[in-house]
Ligand binder design. Structure first.
Ligand SMILES: *[C@@H]1O[C@H](CO)[C@@H](O)[C@H](O)[C@H]1NC(C)=O
Ligand SMILES: *[C@@H]1O[C@H](CO)[C@@H](O)[C@H](O)[C@H]1NC(C)=O
Ligand SMILES: *[C@@H]1O[C@H](CO)[C@@H](O)[C@H](O)[C@H]1NC(C)=O
Ligand SMILES: *[C@@H]1O[C@H](CO)[C@@H](O)[C@H](O)[C@H]1NC(C)=O
Ligand SMILES: *[C@@H]1O[C@H](CO)[C@@H](O)[C@H](O)[C@H]1NC(C)=O
Ligand SMILES: *[C@@H]1O[C@H](CO)[C@@H](O)[C@H](O)[C@H]1NC(C)=O
Ligand SMILES: *[C@@H]1O[C@H](CO)[C@@H](O)[C@H](O)[C@H]1NC(C)=O
Ligand SMILES: *[C@@H]1O[C@H](CO)[C@@H](O)[C@H](O)[C@H]1NC(C)=O
Ligand SMILES: *[C@@H]1O[C@H](CO)[C@@H](O)[C@H](O)[C@H]1NC(C)=O
Length: 547
């Protein structure tokens, strides 16, 4: 009798390790697979991010969407972006679309559990009406920009060409001109620290630091804080743009250290889960090319090849496993249910979503429960990709302009040696040491790093291009670089996966044809980007976007 009463009581209380943990997501923009040094390249040292990885759980089969807007939509809704009309491509400046306001966001759900929510940096989910902007979509505080990118010091982004330029930096809703001239990565780090310092710790915190780096600015350049210093430090990188990318990445890496130090200072690091991730693969070439490298993976940003969607991701929590490589499938849409569960929420509150609650896998070492996922569907080119069998097989249908291999390997002798002392001395490691007994040694680090290194799948003599215009099947366990199409050997599986893609096709909400609204032109708004359609709202307007 007593037993059943206890069971009954427990069934109401979801057991969590932490009570309600704080969540801090630090997101890089357009950072390549090969551009964190723990993946095996020596060219751009990222000692802080690496220290976080070796002290935490490396999500080694983490998938994002192929571009910024789709990834951010999936992160904040727990759904594939094809369900919210944002699956195809990033929102352009002046484009009159947004994340639909009737879709509940992760911060809105966390708010109901008592969280205070903060967003620093990029939004990129629309701003044609006030009602679609961050402070109306679940964030209590916002400091950053609404568009896809801005310049690193001036916070400007072009309207349709370089002749018309608009300012895009806001403190909540206020145009924040006074920060002009401060380097974006530093400014966003400082604002994140300000939010952490000012946070009322009687409630839990949800913070996203959504960096500009290492995306390009509107003139297709990655700007660095100090060119002299970048040129000196990275003189072994011959390509100047790649060098600038390295300089921007160095600042991003420092930011991770500073944010962790601020959490420790506030005495909340122990109760905080930290997720570092990149929003999609790097665009090595083409539009907004930043010279990032997804080597040795195939393809770049905007493609469904691994180089576009297999993302860097690392999770740390004081009570989670250390120095673990997790090879189970994890999709960016899984973050919402996983965090919601970690916060003690009932998953059924989230309704039917694509995201899967992976909290048991993370917190209890349970086997991963995601067996398959839609990589993406492009409702214009009709390209599509699907991963099945716990991550082993990927069916790819369609063409891409970038179906080869790009970017630097970063493994030549001219690059510095991997410096483990730098990792131990990094701000991240020094900070984590204070709250957890991270018994890391050189061997553990080198072993983990060599397990993560995918170089072995690259054979340079192999013909790099591939034609998947009528389906390719890849065995990602044995061929993570997508070199060999094996569809002829697995006809039944191919047919099964085709049917699964078709099911998702039926549910696609098409992204509207791109329309750049001339009324958004910053010249009408004192050269700033504004919520240009709000001016047409009537006091009694029935349009819900006017609410
Ligand atoms: C964007 O504006 C154009 C022109 O007014 C209109 O035809 C289109 O329906 C709008 N798109 C959306 C998603 O509201
Ligand atoms: C949101 O609104 C759209 C129409 O604008 C509708 O098709 C969709 O079903 C709605 N979604 C939800 C979750 O209510
Ligand atoms: C850039 O760094 C160099 C070398 O450290 C220094 O002399 C110079 O003042 C810096 N420039 C700026 C604009 O901070
Ligand atoms: C595969 O791609 C072709 C051509 O791009 C397209 O016509 C077809 O609809 C796609 N098939 C599926 C099942 O998605
Ligand atoms: C490695 O980093 C440490 C700490 O920054 C530095 O003192 C040392 O000189 C570096 N070693 C090499 C071989 O560069
Ligand atoms: C942080 O949590 C760890 C693991 O639960 C514990 O061993 C440590 O004492 C805590 N540190 C602080 C400063 O609270
Ligand atoms: C790919 O193959 C299709 C036929 O399956 C062909 O029509 C197309 O031209 C090929 N594309 C390239 C770039 O070779
Ligand atoms: C317009 O922008 C300028 C700076 O470009 C600023 O000084 C001025 O206060 C702004 N005017 C209004 C009405 O916001
Ligand atoms: C809203 O108010 C305007 C006047 O401000 C009026 O002309 C219009 O009919 C009203 N619309 C509705 C739906 O009540």
């Amino acid at each position: 009798m007593l037993c059943s009463v206890l069971l009954f009581l427990f069934s109401f209380e979801i057991q969590t390790l932490y009570g309600k943990p704080n969540f801090v997501i630090i997101m890089a923009d357009d950072m390549g697979w090969n551009d964190v040094s723990f993946h095996g390249a020596n060219q751009i040292p990222t000692p802080n991010i690496d220290a976080l990885a070796y002290n935490g759980i490396i999500l080694n089969r983490f998938y994002t969407q192929q571009a910024c807007t789709p990834s951010r939509a999936a992160l904040l809704t727990g759904n594939y972006p094809t369900r919210t009309g944002l699956g195809r491509e990033p929102i352009s400046v002046g484009e009159n679309i947004s994340l639909p306001i009737n879709v509940t966001t992760l911060p809105q759900k966390l708010k109901a559990l008592g969280y205070a929510n903060y967003l620093v940096g990029k939004w990129h989910l629309g701003h044609h009406y006030k009602s679609v902007t961050p402070t109306r979509r679940g964030f209590d505080k916002f400091f950053g920009y609404w568009n896809g990118y801005v310049s690193f010091f001036d916070y400007m982004t072009y309207y349709t060409d370089a002749n018309i330029n608009g300012f895009d930096l806001r403190d909540n809703f206020r145009v924040a001109r006074e920060y002009r001239g401060q380097y974006a990565t530093e400014l966003f780090t400082n604002k994140a620290i300000e939010f952490i310092k000012g946070h009322d710790t009687s409630v839990p915190m949800f913070l996203i630091v959504s960096h500009l780096a290492p995306h390009t600015g509107p003139d297709s350049k990655v700007e660095v804080k100090n060119l002299t210093e970048t040129n000196e430090k990275f003189n072994y990188i011959r390509n100047q743009e790649r060098r600038n990318y390295a300089g921007a990445t160095e600042e991003l890496d420092k930011s991770v250290g500073e944010i962790l130090a601020a959490l420790a200072e506030k005495s909340i690091l122990n109760d905080t889960l930290i997720l570092f991730l990149s929003d999609n693969g790097a665009p090595t070439v083409g539009q907004y090319a930043n010279q990032g490298s997804n080597w040795p993976l195939r393809g770049i940003k905007m493609s469904y090849y691994e180089g576009g969607v297999r993302g860097t991701a690392v999770l740390w929590g004081s009570q989670l496993n250390k120095n673990v490589i997790n090879n189970d499938l994890f999709h960016i849409s899984d973050i919402m249910p996983t965090f919601y569960a970690a916060a003690g929420g009932h998953i059924s509150d989230l309704g039917i979503i694509d995201g899967i609650n992976q909290w048991d896998m993370i917190s209890k070492n349970a086997p991963g429960t995601r067996t398959e996922m839609l990589v993406g569907i492009n409702d214009r080119t009709r390209a599509a990709a699907y991963i099945d069998r716990k991550g082993q097989y990927k069916l790819f249908n369609g063409t891409s302009n970038y179906n080869s291999y790009y970017g630097e390997a970063g493994r030549l002798e001219e690059n510095p040696e991997y410096n483990i002392t730098e990792i131990f001395e990094s701000k991240v490691h020094q900070t984590l040491k204070k709250v957890s007994d991270a018994a890391l040694d050189d061997n553990m680090i080198l072993q983990t790093r060599s397990q993560l290194d995918l170089s072995r799948c690259r054979i340079d003599s192999e013909k790099p291009n591939i034609n998947c215009s009528s389906f390719c099947l890849f065995d990602l366990f044995n061929d993570p670089c997508e070199k060999i199409d094996i569809k002829d050997q697995q006809e039944d599986l191919v047919n099964e996966m085709k049917l699964k893609i078709e099911k998702y096709w039926e549910q696609v909400v098409p992204q509207p044809a791109k329309y750049i609204d001339p009324r958004s032109n910053p010249i009408y708004f004192n050269n700033t980007w504004d919520t240009w359609l709000n001016q047409f709202c009537l006091p009694n307007d029935s349009n819900p976007l006017c609410s």
